[in-house]
Design a protein around this ligand. Structure first.
Ligand code: GDP
Length: 299
């Protein structure tokens, strides 16, 4: 909880601060409700959600003096209601060996870092993890994944920069089988500039892996950068279409006052949220907990 609340402190300070300013020595009226709506929209909760929540705060309280704590409690409760249905752990099915996790998302969203953190977590749970450096586009991505591999004791299957990502994924899946790995995590390039090429590449990775295991991939994680704000919504749309996303990870929540975007994404798509990133360190990947997140957001 401490890591989460400190990670989200910019968002909570912004929302909490706005609420405190709003209700100080004022009775609740339309103007206050409107200002509350605006504060929630600024935190990227999305217009519909902001209006609904502000409306809820108003219910039965017009012309009354309300405290900031009261407003925060209602906000937390409403946000929690939206988040509870999407807060789902990433379940590794032990019957799938290896359980194949394909990680997608635009460049810079935090895919490689998230893979490293996830490998550390799974390894600590006693699982054998293999990593595939499928972002063959950027040499730095391959190097970065190798560093995480060394740090977490996970073998990294990598090829040359510019190599074919699908053949690498194929090789990695075979290698993971040979090594009796529990989990294979496959990094990918996220060049959204060319959607057709990206779609072709992701489809080919899936097709080729299915030659080794017809049920792969068993999870497709979309990594979203919270600092991109409302853009996250269109990224979910695009990647859901081209990659069959099964769950989300939202990173960099520590770097933004607009962490409400996670609430907007949850309200709009209802996709499972497995983890959130609240820093660059190996321990800064938290399983997503609806109540804690809602409390942290409410300030
Ligand atoms: P990729 O291109 O999607 O693989 O993205 P990277 O994993 O290379 O991450 C891009 C940058 O974001 C790196 O500098 C990471 O250290 C940083 N990053 C990733 N996740 C987080 C996070 O949760 N919080 C912060 N503050 N930085 C992060």
């Amino acid at each position: 909880w401490r890591r989460l609340s400190s990670g989200l402190k910019r968002t909570s300070a912004s929302i909490g601060g706005a609420i405190a300013d709003l209700v100080t020595k004022r009775k609740l009226d339309h103007a206050v409700i409107e200002e509350l709506e605006e504060a929630l929209i600024r935190a990227d909760l999305g217009i519909e959600t902001a209006v609904a929540i502000a409306g809820k705060v108003g219910e039965g309280r017009y012309d009354k003096q309300v405290s900031a704590d009261e407003v925060k409690a209602i906000l937390a409760e409403e946000v929690e209601k939206i988040l509870v249905p999407v807060a789902k752990p990433l379940v590794i099915d032990a019957a799938r060996k290896p359980f194949v996790v394909l990680v997608v998302g635009v460049n810079g969203s935090g895919k490689t870092t998230t893979i490293g953190k996830l490998a550390a977590r799974l390894t600590a749970e006693g699982r054998k993890v293999v990593l595939a450096a499928g972002d063959t586009f950027r040499a730095a991505a391959i190097e970065q994944l190798k560093i995480w591999g060394t740090r977490t004791g996970s073998p990294v299957i990598a090829g040359a920069q510019g190599g074919d990502a699908a053949s690498l994924a194929f090789e990695a899946l075979e290698a993971a089988r040979t090594r009796a790995a529990d989990v294979l995590i496959v990094d990918t390039a996220g060049r959204l500039q060319n959607k057709t090429a990206l779609m072709g590449e992701l489809e080919k990775i899936v097709r080729v892996m299915r030659k080794v295991d017809a049920t792969a991939p068993h999870a497709v994680l979309l990594v979203l950068d919270a600092t991109v704000g409302q853009n996250a919504l269109s990224q979910v749309e695009v990647f859901s279409k081209i990659a069959g996303v099964t769950g989300l990870v939202m990173t960099k929540l520590d770097g933004t006052a607009r962490g409400g975007i996670l609430v907007a994404v949850a309200a709009k798509f209802g996709l499972p949220v497995h983890f959130i990133g609240v820093g660059e360190g190996v321990d800064d990947l938290s399983p997503f907990a609806a109540k804690d997140f809602a409390r942290a957001v409410a300030g």
